[in-house]
Design a binder for this molecule. Structure first.
Ligand SMILES: [Zn+2]
Ligand SMILES: [Zn+2]
Length: 427
């Protein structure tokens, strides 16, 4: 059942509940001040329920008035969090004390993901899913395999010749976790949630994004679909399979690129909400203008990590609550030409093999001149030592290619990200 249908009802109940709590708190404080003031304040709070509600950053979508109160008392036992891993993907799903991590983001946020799990009290993972073997999805999983005993790892049945895949494979074998290559139709239980595999049904050696594990999660009346970096070819395969994938939440495939989230796919899913995981000013211009237009035309709520950071949805199976309000910004991602070239030559293959994607990147690059004149410069960062340099610093020549990355950023932004300036070139 679609939760959105009940929004109106829910909003009324939020107003009533908010109003009630507000009234109670006002009553307590005003009792000390005297009866006249109390009367006035009660009236004031009753007159402003809409304003109170709109100031609340939590969006609640209850399925009916009675159930809203249960959700407020913290009965939700399902949650999904889109971690802010920049240009990558990492989703943490918790159900009734069971945990599944779908992708772990790239190298740069690897320690962040491990720290996030530790800080939230996790000691082990029931399931880990490697959607496919691109760096921005599996690098962070390596640290997690090292840090957390893991029950079963679901990963697609293909191999690549990249260093990151070799590291992942090695760590996976050493971890002792069960390894499973799922097929469409396979199901897994995570507490009371049901995970159903929808793809891939075939493997492509050339375009490994289309080898991504696509799955839906059902928890009571709530449902969501996660598709890794699946592009239109895999989406079409899933469409043809006739699987049920009408869902409430869709985590946009391939960071919202124009090669994913086709019109047909969106029409079949009819999601109320779409999440997009992408880095601010990423090298690919994700999310694509065409994707954002499709979402806006359909009045779909969006959450995007490049502008909003992480987001969590919690649900008791009948209602769901978001940790923040949706973004109102349906604009495409912007990027810079220099970052794009650096990324393309660094061996990060996400999207770069797709000619359509390249056209999209060209457009995004040329539309970003304003940003170029706003104090941003090209810096060379060492992702291992976390030092940043000017491009002509002699230290750059000595850096290994795997640690070297060109970024277009401001000095302050790099420092905020944990990098420190090289003492020699003083960037
Ligand atoms: Zn990706
Ligand atoms: Zn990919």
């Amino acid at each position: 059942m679609k939760i959105r249908n009940m929004i109106l009802c829910g909003l009324i109940s939020i107003c009533l509940v908010t109003c009630g709590v507000f009234w109670l708190s006002r009553r307590t404080s005003s009792t000390e001040e005297g009866g006249g003031a109390r009367q006035e304040e009660v009236q004031e709070s009753q007159q402003n329920p809409v304003r109170e509600s709109s100031q609340n950053s939590i969006q609640t979508l209850p399925s009916d008035t009675d159930k809203k109160i249960e959700a407020d008392t913290g009965n939700a036992s399902f949650s999904i969090t889109m971690l802010d891993v920049g240009q990558g993907l990492s989703l943490l799903i918790q159900v009734d004390g069971h945990t599944m991590l779908y992708d772990g983001g790239g190298r740069e946020t690897s320690s962040y993901v491990v720290a996030y799990l530790k800080n939230h009290g996790f000691e082990s993972l029931d399931y880990m899913i490697a959607s496919h073997y691109d760096e921005d999805h599996i690098a962070g999983l390596i640290g997690c395999l090292r840090s957390f005993p893991t029950g079963t790892v679901l990963c697609p049945d293909y191999e690549t010749d990249t260093d990151i895949y070799a590291s992942f494979e090695k760590r996976l074998t050493a971890s002792g976790a069960g390894i499973n290559h799922p097929s469409p139709g396979d199901t897994y239980s995570l507490g009371d949630a049901l995970i159903t595999i929808l793809g891939p049904s075939s493997f492509s050696a050339q375009a490994d994004n289309n080898n991504s594990i696509v799955l839906r999660i059902d928890y009571g009346e709530f449902s969501c679909l996660i598709s890794g970096d699946a592009e239109r070819e895999e989406e079409n395969e899933i469409l043809k399979s006739g699987a049920d994938f009408d869902v409430d939440l869709y985590v946009a495939g391939h960071h919202g690129s124009q090669s994913s989230s086709t019109q047909d796919f969106l029409d079949a899913m009819t999601p109320d909400t779409v999440w997009i995981s992408c880095g601010e000013g990423n090298a690919y211009g994700h999310p694509a203008a065409s994707t954002m237009e499709s979402l806006q035309e359909r009045n779909i709520d969006i959450y995007r990590t490049d502008l909003q950071g992480e987001v969590t949805l919690t649900s008791d199976g009948r209602t769901c609550t978001y940790s923040k309000s949706p973004s109102t910004d349906y604009s495409a991602g912007t990027t810079s030409q220099s970052t794009r070239q650096a990324e393309d030559s660094s061996g990060n293959r996400t999207g770069s093999s797709n000619p359509a994607e390249n056209t999209e990147k060209e457009k995004a690059g040329s539309s970003n001149q304003a940003e170029d004149s706003s104090g941003e410069l090209d810096y060379i960062v060492n992702i291992s030592s976390l030092k940043f340099h000017l491009p002509d610093c002699p230290a750059v020549d000595k850096m290994s290619d795997s640690n070297k990355k060109t970024v277009h950023s401001t000095r302050d932004e790099l420092i905020a990200q944990g990098y420190s300036p090289c003492g020699y070139c003083n960037p």
